[in-house]
Design a protein around this ligand. Structure first.
Ligand SMILES: C[S@@+](CC[C@H](N)C(=O)[O-])C[C@H]1O[C@@H](n2cnc3c(N)ncnc32)[C@H](O)[C@@H]1O
Length: 202
Protein backbone atom coordinates (compact mmCIF):
# COMPACT_ATOMS: atom_id res chain seq x y z
CA UNK A 1 0.00 0.00 0.00
CA UNK A 2 1.37 3.43 -0.97
CA UNK A 3 1.12 6.34 1.38
CA UNK A 4 0.49 9.92 0.30
CA UNK A 5 0.50 12.99 2.47
CA UNK A 6 -2.45 15.35 2.31
CA UNK A 7 -0.22 18.35 1.59
CA UNK A 8 -1.51 20.35 -1.33
CA UNK A 9 0.81 20.84 -4.26
CA UNK A 10 0.58 24.45 -5.38
CA UNK A 11 0.76 25.57 -8.96
CA UNK A 12 -1.19 28.02 -11.06
CA UNK A 13 -3.95 25.58 -11.90
CA UNK A 14 -4.59 24.61 -8.33
CA UNK A 15 -4.68 28.16 -7.06
CA UNK A 16 -6.77 29.26 -10.03
CA UNK A 17 -9.91 27.45 -8.97
CA UNK A 18 -9.86 29.24 -5.65
CA UNK A 19 -12.78 30.14 -3.55
CA UNK A 20 -15.65 29.34 -5.95
CA UNK A 21 -14.59 25.73 -6.38
CA UNK A 22 -14.24 25.36 -2.64
CA UNK A 23 -17.68 26.84 -2.08
CA UNK A 24 -19.29 24.53 -4.63
CA UNK A 25 -17.57 21.59 -2.98
CA UNK A 26 -18.88 22.53 0.45
CA UNK A 27 -22.41 22.95 -0.95
CA UNK A 28 -22.13 19.56 -2.66
CA UNK A 29 -21.00 17.87 0.53
CA UNK A 30 -23.99 19.42 2.33
CA UNK A 31 -26.18 18.01 -0.46
CA UNK A 32 -24.61 14.59 -0.02
CA UNK A 33 -25.23 14.72 3.73
CA UNK A 34 -28.89 15.62 3.25
CA UNK A 35 -29.41 13.20 0.36
CA UNK A 36 -30.18 15.98 -2.16
CA UNK A 37 -28.98 15.27 -5.68
CA UNK A 38 -29.80 16.55 -9.15
CA UNK A 39 -32.31 14.50 -11.09
CA UNK A 40 -30.60 11.72 -13.10
CA UNK A 41 -27.56 12.10 -10.89
CA UNK A 42 -25.01 9.34 -10.61
CA UNK A 43 -23.46 11.12 -7.65
CA UNK A 44 -22.95 14.50 -6.01
CA UNK A 45 -20.04 16.80 -6.76
CA UNK A 46 -17.02 15.80 -4.71
CA UNK A 47 -13.73 16.74 -6.39
CA UNK A 48 -10.86 14.31 -6.59
CA UNK A 49 -8.16 15.69 -4.24
CA UNK A 50 -5.21 17.07 -6.21
CA UNK A 51 -2.58 14.47 -5.19
CA UNK A 52 -5.01 11.77 -6.34
CA UNK A 53 -5.48 13.57 -9.69
CA UNK A 54 -1.73 13.18 -10.18
CA UNK A 55 -1.72 9.50 -9.23
CA UNK A 56 -4.73 8.78 -11.41
CA UNK A 57 -3.25 10.36 -14.54
CA UNK A 58 0.05 8.56 -13.97
CA UNK A 59 -1.76 5.25 -13.56
CA UNK A 60 -3.58 5.90 -16.86
CA UNK A 61 -0.13 6.44 -18.45
CA UNK A 62 -1.51 9.52 -20.18
CA UNK A 63 0.32 10.83 -23.25
CA UNK A 64 0.01 13.70 -25.68
CA UNK A 65 -2.01 11.71 -28.21
CA UNK A 66 -4.65 10.64 -25.67
CA UNK A 67 -8.23 11.85 -25.56
CA UNK A 68 -9.51 11.71 -21.98
CA UNK A 69 -13.21 11.77 -21.11
CA UNK A 70 -14.11 12.38 -17.47
CA UNK A 71 -17.59 11.08 -16.65
CA UNK A 72 -19.04 13.66 -14.29
CA UNK A 73 -16.26 16.20 -14.69
CA UNK A 74 -17.02 18.62 -11.85
CA UNK A 75 -14.67 21.61 -11.99
CA UNK A 76 -12.79 19.93 -14.86
CA UNK A 77 -9.57 19.31 -12.95
CA UNK A 78 -8.80 15.91 -14.50
CA UNK A 79 -9.36 17.02 -18.09
CA UNK A 80 -7.62 20.38 -17.62
CA UNK A 81 -4.61 18.80 -15.89
CA UNK A 82 -4.38 16.16 -18.63
CA UNK A 83 -4.23 18.94 -21.22
CA UNK A 84 -2.02 21.37 -19.38
CA UNK A 85 0.55 19.00 -17.98
CA UNK A 86 0.58 16.19 -20.54
CA UNK A 87 -0.56 17.98 -23.71
CA UNK A 88 -3.51 15.60 -24.09
CA UNK A 89 -6.98 16.51 -25.37
CA UNK A 90 -10.26 15.72 -23.73
CA UNK A 91 -13.83 16.31 -22.79
CA UNK A 92 -15.70 16.54 -19.52
CA UNK A 93 -19.37 15.70 -19.20
CA UNK A 94 -21.39 16.90 -16.25
CA UNK A 95 -25.10 17.09 -15.57
CA UNK A 96 -24.76 20.30 -13.52
CA UNK A 97 -24.59 23.52 -15.57
CA UNK A 98 -22.69 25.61 -12.96
CA UNK A 99 -19.92 23.02 -12.90
CA UNK A 100 -19.70 22.97 -16.70
CA UNK A 101 -19.35 26.76 -16.62
CA UNK A 102 -16.68 26.57 -13.90
CA UNK A 103 -14.72 23.95 -15.86
CA UNK A 104 -14.99 25.91 -19.11
CA UNK A 105 -13.69 29.03 -17.37
CA UNK A 106 -10.88 27.02 -15.78
CA UNK A 107 -9.82 25.68 -19.17
CA UNK A 108 -9.69 29.21 -20.58
CA UNK A 109 -7.68 30.44 -17.61
CA UNK A 110 -5.19 27.61 -18.03
CA UNK A 111 -4.87 28.20 -21.78
CA UNK A 112 -6.16 24.77 -22.85
CA UNK A 113 -9.56 25.71 -24.35
CA UNK A 114 -8.34 24.63 -27.79
CA UNK A 115 -7.86 21.05 -26.62
CA UNK A 116 -10.66 20.47 -24.11
CA UNK A 117 -14.37 21.09 -23.87
CA UNK A 118 -17.07 20.58 -21.30
CA UNK A 119 -20.61 19.50 -22.04
CA UNK A 120 -23.69 19.69 -19.91
CA UNK A 121 -25.21 16.26 -20.49
CA UNK A 122 -26.14 12.98 -18.89
CA UNK A 123 -23.25 10.53 -19.25
CA UNK A 124 -25.73 7.77 -20.08
CA UNK A 125 -26.89 9.76 -23.12
CA UNK A 126 -23.45 10.83 -24.33
CA UNK A 127 -21.23 9.30 -26.99
CA UNK A 128 -18.00 8.13 -25.35
CA UNK A 129 -16.46 6.51 -28.43
CA UNK A 130 -13.74 9.14 -28.95
CA UNK A 131 -12.02 8.35 -25.65
CA UNK A 132 -8.66 6.64 -25.31
CA UNK A 133 -8.91 7.14 -21.52
CA UNK A 134 -12.07 7.34 -19.39
CA UNK A 135 -11.99 8.50 -15.78
CA UNK A 136 -14.76 7.81 -13.28
CA UNK A 137 -15.55 9.01 -9.76
CA UNK A 138 -19.23 8.19 -9.38
CA UNK A 139 -21.52 6.42 -6.94
CA UNK A 140 -20.92 2.65 -6.57
CA UNK A 141 -24.64 2.05 -7.06
CA UNK A 142 -24.48 3.08 -10.73
CA UNK A 143 -21.39 1.04 -11.64
CA UNK A 144 -23.42 -1.95 -12.83
CA UNK A 145 -25.45 0.31 -15.17
CA UNK A 146 -22.31 2.00 -16.44
CA UNK A 147 -20.50 -1.14 -17.58
CA UNK A 148 -22.82 -1.98 -20.53
CA UNK A 149 -22.52 1.63 -21.71
CA UNK A 150 -18.71 1.50 -21.53
CA UNK A 151 -18.55 -1.86 -23.31
CA UNK A 152 -20.87 -0.60 -26.06
CA UNK A 153 -19.22 2.79 -26.64
CA UNK A 154 -15.50 2.31 -26.02
CA UNK A 155 -12.91 1.02 -28.48
CA UNK A 156 -10.89 -2.05 -27.45
CA UNK A 157 -7.69 -0.85 -25.79
CA UNK A 158 -9.31 2.17 -24.14
CA UNK A 159 -8.00 2.61 -20.59
CA UNK A 160 -10.44 3.25 -17.75
CA UNK A 161 -9.48 4.45 -14.28
CA UNK A 162 -12.15 4.33 -11.60
CA UNK A 163 -11.62 6.16 -8.33
CA UNK A 164 -12.62 4.13 -5.25
CA UNK A 165 -15.28 1.92 -6.85
CA UNK A 166 -14.69 -1.07 -9.13
CA UNK A 167 -16.70 -1.63 -12.29
CA UNK A 168 -19.15 -4.49 -11.77
CA UNK A 169 -18.26 -7.49 -13.91
CA UNK A 170 -15.07 -6.06 -15.45
CA UNK A 171 -11.64 -7.36 -14.53
CA UNK A 172 -9.10 -4.68 -13.65
CA UNK A 173 -5.49 -5.23 -14.70
CA UNK A 174 -3.90 -2.93 -12.12
CA UNK A 175 -4.95 -1.50 -8.79
CA UNK A 176 -3.31 1.18 -6.69
CA UNK A 177 -4.30 1.78 -3.10
CA UNK A 178 -3.06 4.29 -0.59
CA UNK A 179 -4.04 6.17 2.54
CA UNK A 180 -4.95 9.79 2.05
CA UNK A 181 -6.11 11.72 5.17
CA UNK A 182 -8.15 14.27 3.17
CA UNK A 183 -10.47 11.48 2.09
CA UNK A 184 -11.80 10.91 5.62
CA UNK A 185 -14.20 13.84 5.36
CA UNK A 186 -15.33 12.66 1.92
CA UNK A 187 -15.75 8.93 2.36
CA UNK A 188 -15.21 8.27 6.08
CA UNK A 189 -11.90 6.50 5.54
CA UNK A 190 -8.45 7.58 4.32
CA UNK A 191 -8.31 4.53 2.06
CA UNK A 192 -8.22 5.41 -1.62
CA UNK A 193 -8.25 2.86 -4.41
CA UNK A 194 -7.68 3.43 -8.13
CA UNK A 195 -8.77 0.61 -10.45
CA UNK A 196 -7.23 0.46 -13.96
CA UNK A 197 -8.98 -1.42 -16.76
CA UNK A 198 -8.31 -1.98 -20.44
CA UNK A 199 -11.36 -2.51 -22.64
CA UNK A 200 -10.91 -6.00 -24.13
CA UNK A 201 -11.15 -6.94 -27.80
CA UNK A 202 -14.70 -7.74 -28.89
C1 LIG B 1 -17.78 12.77 -7.39
S1 LIG B 1 -17.92 14.09 -8.56
C2 LIG B 1 -16.42 13.87 -9.50
C3 LIG B 1 -15.94 15.14 -10.16
C4 LIG B 1 -14.66 14.99 -10.98
N1 LIG B 1 -14.75 13.87 -11.90
C5 LIG B 1 -13.47 14.78 -10.10
O1 LIG B 1 -13.00 13.63 -10.02
O2 LIG B 1 -13.00 15.76 -9.49
C6 LIG B 1 -19.21 13.40 -9.63
C7 LIG B 1 -19.70 14.37 -10.68
O3 LIG B 1 -20.57 13.65 -11.55
C8 LIG B 1 -21.62 14.50 -11.95
N2 LIG B 1 -22.73 13.62 -12.38
C9 LIG B 1 -23.50 12.86 -11.61
N3 LIG B 1 -24.39 12.17 -12.35
C10 LIG B 1 -24.17 12.51 -13.64
C11 LIG B 1 -24.77 12.14 -14.86
N4 LIG B 1 -25.78 11.25 -14.91
N5 LIG B 1 -24.28 12.68 -16.00
C12 LIG B 1 -23.26 13.60 -15.96
N6 LIG B 1 -22.67 13.99 -14.81
C13 LIG B 1 -23.10 13.46 -13.67
C14 LIG B 1 -21.90 15.34 -10.72
O4 LIG B 1 -22.56 16.54 -11.06
C15 LIG B 1 -20.51 15.55 -10.16
O5 LIG B 1 -19.94 16.74 -10.64
Amino acid sequence: MRSLTGTAVHDGLRNGYGYLAHLICVIALCGLASGVQAQGSAGPYVPTPWPIVDELLKLADIRKDDFLIDLGSGDGRLVITAARRYGASGMGIDIQAPLVKLATEGAAREGVSGRVRFLQADIFESDLSKASIVTIYLLPSIMDKLVPKLVKDLKPGTRIVSHDYPLEGMQYDRVLSFEFPEKVEISGTPRTVLYHYIVPAR
